[in-house]
Design a protein around this ligand. Structure first.
Ligand code: ARG
Length: 468
């Protein structure tokens, strides 16, 4: 079979080269973008008088048939065709004849692949944002029921201060909001049409790049063709944005794994989203969050892979760039299924407020409140208050009770400035609700945060999912 580019070649390509050089096994995923791009290009060529109306009509009809053949599975994808661009153009020409040979006027595979891949990435940015909003919506819904569910807030994975469970979940909602913004801003920045840059330097044909840009939904035309045909920043951005998103998913997954262990028992994953052991009959394993955590590694790898491919490339297009696609496809597919299963695992998860409350009675979570009390009500400088509280904690340890349950007489014995009303300040619930500063955990502040995210999701057109 003669290659489209074989004019200057005396010998056929080796089979080995064909196999090594081809991208058709994976870039065929871009068939829709490729066909739409070709039709827009042909329409522009006809508008500019470069193609006749009859030629355009036959290209449009031919492409409709190619699309139909691909979608019904009869299209033959052959390694010998090298990539989807040539496979589709070849089939078009088989169907419509001469007019098919004119389609590639004022275009190169360099701007063609830049167009197809960019459009795929822009579309996926939008789809991922939709999925993130669903996860946010599910977290906000769980949060709504748990604004007074006490939970030990931790630093260094040690009990620190009491918070409520909703507040904890809303921390993840905050992360996911930033993720949405990152994907959206990447779309803003990269919504620029590469088509018409041709191989690297533009074209002498009287083309109209604004027209193709507009019909393909771009907001403008790229400024410099040399940059455009080799620019893969849009691909790096989605890889980075997926990596950061996956890092957030992984942190939440890690907490779910901890929380579902016997040591915590704060939550229980549903049977539907848990797995068993082949040897230990009693086990219920959190494979879902473990895989979410594990898959973060491959997503990071794809980002490092493409950064490395790009780092030494002279301008403009180089075949190295063909290595841009598989990592992006893999990261996109990984995040799509990850967000879907995270959403469902969360939706079907049981929260165990009693166990959380019990854990709040370990570790003297209200110690800071005693120090704050000494500062506020007894005029003690904070450093001294810290020291006095340390002695109270040591005494509670001796007595085998939590600081929130220590008898008043014990505190009085440590420092006579402490009044009886102190006990009200040391309860776990009071401690949580005392943190009323902006963005704090107090129930009133948590409710404001829920309202804020409700409003954010509503403004973004999010509709709650139907109940499970
Ligand atoms: N399959 C190629 C890729 O994915 C398409 C562009 C090829 N261009 C070229 N001049 N060889 O990058």
């Amino acid at each position: 079979m003669k290659k489209m580019w074989s004019g200057r070649f005396a010998q056929d390509a080796s089979k080995l080269l064909e196999q090594f050089n081809a991208s058709i096994m994976f870039d065929r995923k871009l068939y829709r973008e490729d066909i739409e791009g070709s039709v827009a290009h042909a329409q522009m060529l006809a508008h500019q008088g470069i193609l006749s109306q009859a030629e355009l009509t036959s290209i449009e009809k031919g492409m409709a048939q190619v699309l139909e053949e691909i979608e019904s599975g009869v299209f033959e994808w052959k390694i010998a065709d090298e990539d989807l661009h040539m496979a589709i153009e070849k089939r078009l020409t088989e169907i419509i004849g001469e007019a098919g040979k004119k389609l590639h006027t004022a275009r190169s595979r360099n701007d063609q692949v830049a167009l197809d891949f960019r459009r795929y990435v822009l579309r996926k940015n939008g789809e991922i944002v939709e999925q993130i909003k669903e996860v946010m919506g599910v977290l906000v819904d769980i949060a709504r029921n748990h604004t007074s569910t006490l939970l030990p807030g931790m630093t260094h994975l040690q009990h620190a201060q009491p918070i409520n469970f909703a507040f904890h979940l809303l921390a993840y909602v905050s992360m996911f909001k930033r993720d949405c913004e990152r994907f959206e801003s990447s779309v803003e920045r990269n919504n620029i049409s590469p088509i018409g840059c041709a191989a690297l330097a533009g074209t002498p044909h009287n083309i109209n790049r604004e027209m193709t840009a507009q019909s393909l939904g771009f907001h403008s035309v790229s400024i410099n063709c040399l940059d455009t045909v080799s620019d893969r920043d849009f691909a790096l951005e989605i890889l980075f944005n997926i990596s950061t998103l996956m890092m957030h998913v992984s942190r939440l997954a890690e907490e779910i794994i901890l929380w579902s262990s016997y040591e915590f028992r704060f939550v229980e994953l549903s049977d539907e989203y848990s797995t068993g052991s082949s040897i230990m009959p009693q086990k219920k394993n959190p494979d879902v969050p473990e895989l979410l955590r594990g898959k973060t590694g491959r997503v990071y790898g794809n980002l490092m892979g493409l950064l490395t491919v790009m780092k030494g490339l002279p301008l403009a297009y180089n075949k190295d760039t063909q290595e841009d696609k598989e990592g992006v496809f893999d990261s996109v597919e990984t995040i799509e299924i990850s967000l879907e299963i995270l959403r469902e695992a969360l939706r079907t998860m049981t929260v165990k407020p009693d166990n959380m409350a019990r854990a709040c009675k370990l570790g003297h979570l209200s110690a800071t409140d005693l120090a704050d009390y000494l500062v506020e009500h007894c005029g003690v400088p904070f450093r001294e208050a810290h020291h006095i509280t340390g002695r109270a904690v040591a005494r509670a340890e001796q007595l085998g009770c939590d600081l929130s349950d220590i008898p008043y007489a014990e505190l009085y014995a440590i420092d006579a400035r402490i009044k009886e009303d102190v006990c009200g300040y040391l309860s776990i619930e009071h401690s949580m609700n005392a943190r009323t500063s902006a963005g704090g955990t107090a129930e009133v502040r948590t409710l404001e945060q829920i309202m804020f995210f409700d409003e954010y999701l509503r403004a973004k057109g999010y509709n709650s999912l139907p109940d499970v």
